[in-house]
Design a protein around this ligand. Structure first.
Ligand code: SF4
Ligand code: SF4
Length: 300
């Protein structure tokens, strides 16, 4: 996509903001895109407008609250039909931590067509600019009657920076013991486990994750970690690809052959310093065989 240089276009693309009931976290980050030169939307050939009627791109923050819903829809109806709509932050994308609240009627997609999702809680200014670039690419393609092409850096994971927070989560299946503490503490409901034939699969939805880091804090093995990779914007249709996945494989119990997930060696060493052969043997058994072995009953 061609990005217009600042000052080279007499007709800037107009951005219009709607807050559907957000905590203002995303709105503060959006303010950065007009107040801080490094992140100014003018570098993309855009400017903010106060008029819904002249919106080229509509940026929507916040969960759709029941109270604000009708007013939001009325305002959206005033915007041009060919505008591009961007959901900013996990609240409009999925409902975030408010998804099950009686006061929220979301996600935004339930009410209107959304073109780009920029998940995050809140997304960094860099992520917002990336999402707006995505919206501009879609707008250009629509005007040319073509399919939107991917923006140059889309799909490329930026290197983690020196601020390891507010970024994509990473999962190391080789360190996971399937305790599921991460799912228990995740208020956003971003983590799911499924039992398959060969192991237990973890799926973490970046469209719901609020980067709170609680799962990492409570994970006993460090299998989950927050990275500084902030680039998560994507066309709405790609939403189900914004996940972190991994499978924790089963191994057969050395006693009865039942599927079991042994404790990783590094955790055994952390817990026992020098695990005895007996402890290592216990680690290869399923819970039932472990009980029998510990009370001295021979396994069948
Ligand atoms: S990722 Fe960590 S907290 Fe979650 S199931 Fe695995 S070991 Fe437990
Ligand atoms: S950081 Fe972990 S606990 Fe927090 S929302 Fe994301 S997946 Fe859930």
């Amino acid at each position: 996509m061609h990005i217009q240089e600042k000052g080279s276009s007499p007709e800037p693309v107009r951005l219009f903001r709607i807050n559907t009931g957000s905590c203002n976290g995303c709105d503060v980050e959006l303010a950065v895109t007009s107040a801080v030169t490094e992140f100014d939307v003018e570098q993309l050939g855009c400017r903010y407008t106060e008029s819904a009627q002249e919106a080229d791109v509509v940026l929507i923050t916040g969960p759709v609250t029941v109270r604000a819903r009708d007013e939001v829809m009325r305002l959206c109806a005033e915007t041009p039909r060919d505008k591009v709509t961007v959901a900013v932050g996990v609240c409009p994308v999925s409902g975030g931590v408010f998804r099950d609240s009686y006061a929220v009627d979301g996600p935004l997609e339930r009410h209107l067509s959304v073109d780009v999702n920029v998940p995050g809680c809140p997304p960094r200014p860099q992520a917002l600019l990336a999402g707006i670039r995505e919206a501009l690419a879609i707008r250009e393609a629509r005007r040319a009657g073509a399919e939107p092409s991917r923006t140059p850096d889309q799909g490329k994971r930026p290197a983690a920076d020196n601020f390891p927070a507010r970024g994509r989560l990473s999962f190391d299946a080789s360190a996971c013991v399937d305790c599921r503490m991460c799912r228990h503490v995740c208020a956003a409901g971003a983590i799911r486990f499924e039992e398959g034939d060969s192991g237990v699969r973890l799926t973490l939805w970046h469209n719901s994750c609020v980067f709170c880091g609680l799962c990492c804090h409570y994970c006993p093995t460090g299998a989950l970690s927050v990275t500084g990779e902030w680039r998560l914007d994507h066309p709405t249709a790609d939403g189900f690809r914004q996940v972190e996945r991994g499978e924790v494989p089963y191994t057969p119990c050395s006693g009865c052959g039942e599927s079991v997930i042994p404790v990783p060696a590094q955790l055994l060493h952390a817990a026992f310093r020098r695990p005895t052969p007996e402890i290592e043997k216990l680690n290869t058994l399923c819970p039932a065989c472990r009980q029998l072995m510990s009370i001295g009953v021979p396994r069948r």
